[in-house]
Design a protein around this ligand. Sequence first.
Ligand code: GAF
Length: 379
Amino acid sequence: MTFINKTREGFIRTFGHEPDGVVFAPGRVNLIGEHVDYNDGLVLPMPISAGTAVAWSAQGGGRIDAIALDLDSARDAFMLGETAPHQPADWRSYLRGMPAEMAARGLAAGGAKLAIAGSIPRGSGLSSSASLCIALGRAVQAAASAPPASPRDLARAAQAAEHNWAGVHCGIMDQMAVAAGEAGSALLLDCRDLATRTVPLPADWAVLIVQSGVRRGLVDGHYNQRRRDCEVAVAALAVPSLREASLALVEAADLDPVVRRRARHVVTEIARTEAAVAAIGAGDLAALGRLFAASHASMRDDFEISVPAVDALVASLTAVIGREGGARMTGGGFGGAVVAVLAAREVPRVSAALRERYRTPDGAPLDIRHERAGGLPPE
Ligand code: GAF
């Protein structure tokens, strides 16, 4: 049974009737451009086949009744406009926050019964929360019989739900990738003005997503601390944002050593993202591999967001891929998934060799997902 059908069946089991519809929003994997979205930088995420499905039916009176099918069938119910953030932050933060932030921006959100299911491993750096918010936004908008809002408007509401309802001061990359990305292609997003360009991957390339087995949460403070470090750098360098800072300026300025490393990561990562788009356009897997290696080293040494298990996985994957492609940690950091780009014909060999070389910290079987250039329908 497909994921969409399972969600529909869960709705029927819960509410006793057919839903009016089922919406889907993907997760995303970031190919390169990490922790630069909140510095007005360039990022290159790609939607993935795993995501969030929401079966919905409209109900009057502005009431929301929701079930999280794969979170022990946990329930939540509230009236639109009369709800407060859930403490501690969990899926209900997004359920309550997304319609509220939509309403705050003049986007229609109607009362609904909602059955929610997700296929993205949580805490893996693949944007399960942005996927949840965009899927919820599409569902409550459909329940209000409203025409679809623009991807930007939906993305901004979802970002505000993270900030104001879950306490994560994230950038806009994940929400834009999920709302505006095209399956099987990367999305070059300029976070200064939200301009987007679809960057198709060569059809004979593959993207692999491998779970390190270390779960992380963005709410644990590290993420917000990195953001504050960047703000300190911006103030000390007297630039509007780190997008406007050069590497020479960062190296010459009188900065605290930690702040200098953070700024150096951001400035060099933005340049690597531009170079990666050129490498993809030229079909140059070796050049892209070198950029991935430099990006991972920068996250490990300058931004200090990697962990030993992730470093070990990146090293193993890089070794088995060889020159034609590369691997790096993806997402907010401190665990989660690693992304690799390589020739599609190499996927069976690389997967088998990696299973020989890398053991997850708890000994669980290695989770390797293959995203094809050109895309696949939702799982
Ligand atoms: C998380 C955040 F939500 C994004 O905004 C981005 O900063 C990313 O970490 C790091 O690139 O996914």
